[in-house]
Every structure is written in structure tokens, then in C-alpha cells.
Design a protein around this ligand. Sequence first.
Ligand code: HEM
Length: 503
Amino acid sequence: MTDNQNNEGLGNEEEILTNRQGHPISDNQNTRTVGDRGPTVLENYNFLEKISHFDRERIPERVVHARGAGAHGFFEAYGKVGSEPVSKYTRAKLFQEKGKITPMFVRFSTVTHGGNSPETLRDPRGFATKFYTEDGNWDLVGNNLKIFFIRDPIKFPDLIHAFKPDPVTNRQDPNRIFDFISHTPEAMHMITWLFSPWGIPASYRFMEGSGVNTYKWVNSDGVGHLVKYFWIPKQGVKFLTQAQAEEIQAKNFNHATEDLYDAIEKGDYPEWEFCVQIMSDDEHPELDFDPLDPTKIWSPDQFPLLPIGRMVLDKNPVNYFAEVEQAAFGTGVLVDGLDFSDDKLLQGRTFSYSDTQRYRVGPNYLQLPINQPKTPVATNQRDGQMTYRVDGVEAGENPHVNYEPSSLGGLKEAPKSGKAHTPYVQGPVIGQKISRTNDYQQAGDRYRTFEDTERDDLILNLVTQLKRCNPDIQERMVEHLTQCDPEYGTRVREGLKQGEENM
Ligand code: HEM
């Protein structure tokens, strides 16, 4: 929703109903029929227009993260990264000045199930943010948990198929989930977080966010640094136990959407601090993991979380479909001073988002108000379904010239904004895992770091689901968990043998 769209028509008694051709509708109650009991006639344009538009009201829902809630807000920069000037690391304009405001739109979501599924399920939560910066849009498409199940994007469709309902029974099945996971050792870290209390955030307001993937910051000398992004809720972090979640779910499928909407309506605006971790842009052989591996956390003791700004959500959408359902976020949407790293998962994601959005919303999805930047857009892209405007003509482009280069008054390339970041890469083209996989260390560290109650909850949740799996799947899972921490594996094995009451 842009500022020029508002609710002006709401409640105006004088507004009259028309169809989309602008024809006034004087009878919206009766179709035209032959006599009052005869058949309906086909020339009934108003009825046909109304019903055929209705027939097309739905677009495909997101293949993942279909269930979500959104809100508008703003980002305020601190002008520093920790105690250092931010310009040392990035030239991205939105961070440079203390107090600089950038409008934002955010969509929170669950991952696995459909658009109307309960918001109480154990599932990662999406935390997708769009910054409408003066250099165009920047999207940071994150989750609440800080890591991911896999590190190679080629596995993503399989991961999602295993978590989605069985194609025959249409039911989610732990036997399918853990069949896949038990063949995916790099998932043990994520599973340890997901089956702990962190797997069910109390609501969207009380969860952290994380970019998960490793990105880069580039300064005006073209020097890059590796960065990870985090959102820390000022409201605090809260979770639901499985039992609490089930109690809510029995009465309410929408508790998280409700909580976010109601808080904003009341003026109790949720707020998050935005932080980064920074590493020099190299392989870091001293670490026992690869900094480009999204299944790993960078220890905050070694790489402290440095605050760079805050986000406040202060406005609810006026129309859910236009603003939330049609919102399109993607990891490729970066601005000058922000860059990709060679994290393979990030690179795979970057193709997937805009690809699915051209299918889900349409090829001109970026002309919709929610996705459009708040800066001028001037391209030579033309036509396609639902073209809304000719971008470039308002900027003074000769409307005959939709190509570049030209001397007839077409668009010109922008000047370079700083020294280019030009990483040098060399190597054979191969399909191979990274060398420092270290799949179990951080999962074990996490197990050991949890408080007793969190560990008990983790074991209970895992055993409950694993009990519904075949013995060979249970055995493979116990072997993996034992490698994370011998006690972790033993407790799950005992739980499977003895029943929940003895765990
Ligand atoms: C949504 C692909 C990993 C966070 C989506 C969508 C696709 C997708 C196709 C639907 C987008 C749409 O219809 O607009 C992938 C692929 C991944 C991957 C291929 C790995 C190879 C991740 C990771 C995160 C993440 C690691 C978290 C850091 C999200 C979020 C959304 C989303 C938050 C919802 C965006 C919204 O609210 O519209 N993903 N994803 N995904 N993904 Fe991923």
C-alpha cells in the first residue's frame, strides 16, 4: 500500500456501486431471467463480470510459508555498527546517518502448512523484511531460528516434500520427516533447536529473526566483509510448550495474527533491534566450520552482535490480499553496499524467490504497490500480463525508445556508486560437499547449553514424534544424536524403549 492509497471511500454514504467498467449498478440482488421463474439470460454482463472475477479471486498460495501476517513500519539507523562508524564496513545509505528513517514492510509466517493452518504448530517461523530505501528495495528474508536444515539448495524440494503432507494420505507424517532427516546429518543442529521450546514461538512479537545465510557488506573502497543479520525483540523472547500450543489450537487457529494486529491497533507497537555479526572475508581456517555454512552459528563470544538500528511496526495492512498475500520478498533484492556471499544455499534461494513470484503473482509483480520501490522506477521492460504502467515514461523517457543504448532520448545507465567489490574465485567445477561439514559439534553444544527444562522438553518432543517412525529410522536418528552428545542419544533411545513416563 503506498501513501497515495487510503480508505477515503470507507463509510461514505454517497458512493455508488459500479462495475469495473464504471457502469452504475442499480440492481445487485437479482440476476436477469426470462420471467421471474425462467432461465438466466447470457447477456447479463454485470452478473458475468461479478461471478467471473470472483471465480479468479485466489492466486496460488506460497509453496512454503503460505500462512502469514504482515505489518508496515520503519527502520531507524544508529549510524554506527557497535562503536565504529558503519561506513568502515558498508556504504549502504540506509545505515549511515544516526536517526535516518527507512519505511518497511514485514511478513511473518509459518513454513509447512497451507494458508489457513493453525499458527501453533512446531515449525520454523518466517521473518521477511522489505526496506524501501532511497536506493531501491532491500529484502532480508529470514527465519526465527538462526540456522537451517540443509546447506545445499538442491535438497530443498526434498526437505519440503518430507515435511508437507503425504501425497497419498494428505497427512503430515513423522515417519516421512525423520526418514529424510535421518539421512541428512547436517540437519541435527536445526532439529535440536526446532524440537526444543524454540520450535513454537509464543507469537510473532516475541520471536527473534535471523538472516541465517552469510551475506557481505561492501565499503566505498570495494572491500567486503562477511555478515550475518539478527532481529532481537524488545518485547522479549517467549515460547509455548507443546501442551500450551495444543490448548490454544483447540480454540484459535489465528492467535499470532491476532496478537500482532491487536497490538498495533492498540498502539503497542512491537520493536526489534537490528544487529550484525561481522567477519573478515576469507575462509577462516582457524574455525571448525565454514563461515558460508548456514547450518552453523557464529559464536557471539567471538563475533559479537553489534546493534545498527531498530525496527518499529506501527501500521496494520488495510487489505490483507493486496499487501500481505501479494507481497514478494527475495534474497536477490539487495542495494548498493550489500552483497551476496558464496553461501550455496543463498545462491539457490536467490533464483527461487523471483521465479516463484512470477508464477504465483505474475510477471509484473514488481509493479504492485506493496512490492514497488518508493524511488522512481525506469526500465525498458514492457508488457506481460497485468501491466499496470509504463515505467520510465514518468522519468522523462521518450516513449518510443524502450531499448538502451540510444541517442533518441532513452534511459541512460546510472553512474557507478563506488569501487566495485571483485572477489577472485578459482577452482574445478564439481558437485561436492564443503570440506568442513562438522555436522554434530554445534548440535551437541546446543544440547549441553540448554537448561534442564529445555533439554527435557527437547527429548519429550523428539521421542513423541520418533515413536511414530519405523525402527530403522529411529535407530539412525539415535546414532546421529549420540554423535552430537552421547547423553542426547541415550536419552532418546531410553525414551523410545521405556515410554514417555520414564524419560
Ligand atoms: C518463502 C524457497 C530457504 C525464509 C519461500 C518461497 C520459496 C522459497 C519458493 C515462496 C516465496 C513466495 O511465494 O513469495 C526457498 C529455497 C530455500 C529456502 C529454495 C533453500 C534453498 C529459506 C531459508 C530461509 C527462508 C534458509 C530463512 C533464512 C523464507 C521466508 C519466506 C520464504 C521467510 C516467506 C516470505 C514471505 O513472507 O513472503 N522460500 N527458501 N527460506 N522463505 Fe525460503
